[in-house]
Design a protein around this ligand. Structure first.
Ligand SMILES: *[C@@H]1O[C@H](CO)[C@@H](O)[C@H](O)[C@H]1NC(C)=O
Ligand SMILES: *[C@@H]1O[C@H](CO)[C@@H](O)[C@H](O)[C@H]1NC(C)=O
Length: 466
């Protein structure tokens, strides 16, 4: 994979990397929640594959009637197209000073912070990072992807099921709290899934749902590329997922993980001092007991290795992405074989700080792929995605926030880049990270998996042989 440009024109829904990387965009829209009981209500979250042509069209298409989008040409010139009224900045950040309610230079609201908050925020800006650089963009920076004139929340990339060197980007068009939201797409060992938050069947409390993604994207996963046909298969219907008590208010960002036998579990929390996870019954979404207390080495490991943060109600730690399984040796090494000792679950969590503007710091956690799933290692510095705006750069022109903060980058998803890898990979495999930028744009960055493990410390004190 090589690429010549890391820019995308806001009018071009298809994003070309000089003929070698194509991203097809699929929307996950909000809407009514379908259920096993009322399959007739099966209309959302539905996907929309944008048609070709420079005019965008968001015709609502029912699932099953979407047409696959066929890229007709590889147009490396697309990044030079101009949209009237939009100023294309050097770094691919678009802003229109004319229409910008905050003026050309943005608004500094530092004085809305207390001196303590301002000091904490500034201290955070000095945290050292591990820089991650793209291997496929020419300048090593992330690539951004926009859906024509629409916002795109919670982006996620998956390898196209049957087209080589093609990835599908999924994103959510509407950011509302009614109907499906906070969606994540991911591969398990045997199938792609989408997990999202939504109102419960009674429309009351917010819960989490999982659905076999193939059901929402019949044109990608068709009869010959592997569709799901049996209602007896797990998550043929959107299925509400449970959690062991105590059940708290708004549930968010749960992720699934799969043990060495591909049995599924749900991970609910990565809190600074505590995890929570349980085994799932894939027939009905019910779960067993919280298994986290069985991982008895976690307490010490978390106390030693979790990132520090200010305990001032402006900083939190949250799990962020789906999980992937990784064997800590190279695919290219003939002596490398996955075992329960060298194979781990990898996830990304982030510290979120909010000083009138969200700033996130992403970290990797590894835990064992075999019960009791104890933590193996945690990154000791957050990642910096090359391309992210630093203080007082172009990107802040359209914002209303304290100056001296860096760009908000919210990591949402990660996927093995290679078609067919699905859940499991090796140190020398490529991972595509997906993230939202300032709640406006979507972005991605490809890295070698081993790059994500730089700067890890391990629970037993560092040699990685716990
Ligand atoms: C179905 O999948 C095959 C690949 O297995 C692909 O060649 C074909 O174009 C797809 N058909 C449709 C209608 O998308
Ligand atoms: C899983 O759920 C199904 C459907 O409710 C039920 O019949 C089955 O006994 C459950 N399996 C286990 C192991 O609890």
């Amino acid at each position: 994979m090589t690429a010549q440009t890391s820019r995308v024109n806001p009018r071009s829904f298809l994003y070309f990397f000089a003929g070698s990387l194509t991203v097809i965009l699929v929307y996950v829209l909000s809407g009514h929640l379908p259920s096993r009981e009322s399959p007739a209500a099966f209309q959302a979250p539905h996907t929309e594959i944008l048609p070709d042509g420079s005019e965008h069209s968001f015709a609502d298409t029912a699932p099953g009637s979407t047409q696959p989008f066929e890229p007709s040409h590889s147009d490396s010139e697309s990044s030079s197209l101009k949209t009237p009224g939009i100023t294309e900045q050097e770094d691919g950040w678009y802003t229109d000073p004319e229409e910008n309610p905050y003026g050309a230079e943005g608004v500094d609201v530092s004085d809305l912070l207390t001196p303590e908050q301002f000091a904490a925020s500034n201290e955070n800006m000095k945290i050292e990072h591990i820089e991650l650089r793209s291997q496929m963009t020419k300048d090593g920076k992330w690539f951004t992807t926009d859906f024509v004139t629409q916002n795109a929340y919670n982006p996620g990339f998956l390898p196209h099921p049957y087209k080589a060197d093609t990835w599908v980007m999924f994103a959510q068009r509407d950011k509302n709290q009614v109907g499906p939201h906070d969606a994540r797409v991911f591969y398990g060992p045997n199938a792609p899934y989408i997990i999202y938050g939504s109102q419960g069947p009674a429309g009351s409390c917010l819960g989490m749902y999982i659905h076999d993604l193939r059901r929402l994207t019949p044109s990608l996963y068709n009869e010959s590329s592997g569709s799901i046909t049996s209602p007896a298969d797990p998550f043929f219907w959107p299925t509400d997922l449970h959690r062991p008590p105590p059940v708290g208010g708004v549930e968010k960002n749960w992720f699934a993980f799969f043990d060495m036998n591909d049995e599924m579990y749900l991970h609910y929390d990565v809190k600074p001092t505590k995890r929570s996870f349980a085994k799932v019954n894939t027939s009905d979404g019910t779960v067993g007991d919280d298994l986290a207390p069985l991982a008895t080495t976690d307490d010490k490991c978390m106390a030693d290795l979790m990132p520090a943060y200010h305990h001032n109600d402006r900083e939190w730690i949250h799990q962020a992405t789906n999980s992937l399984s990784i064997t800590l040796c190279k695919r290219s090494d003939p002596s490398c074989h996955p075992t329960a000792d060298n194979t781990f679950i990898m996830l990304l969590f982030q510290t979120k700080t909010f000083y009138m503007h969200g700033v996130y710091y992403p970290y990797i956690m590894l835990f064992r792929r075999e019960a009791p799933f104890q933590i193996h290692g945690i990154s000791q510095k957050p990642f910096w995605f090359n391309g992210r705006g630093r203080m007082n750069e172009f990107w802040r022109w359209s914002t209303w926030k304290p100056k001296d903060q860096t760009q908000m980058v919210f990591t949402t998803q990660m996927s093995w880049a290679e078609q067919g890898n699905m859940y499991h990979g090796y140190l020398d495999d490529t991972v595509i990270l997906a993230f939202g930028i300032e709640d406006k744009h979507g972005g991605g960055l490809d890295v070698k998996a081993e790059d994500l493990l730089q700067g890890m410390s391990f629970c037993n004190g560092g040699d990685g042989e716990s």
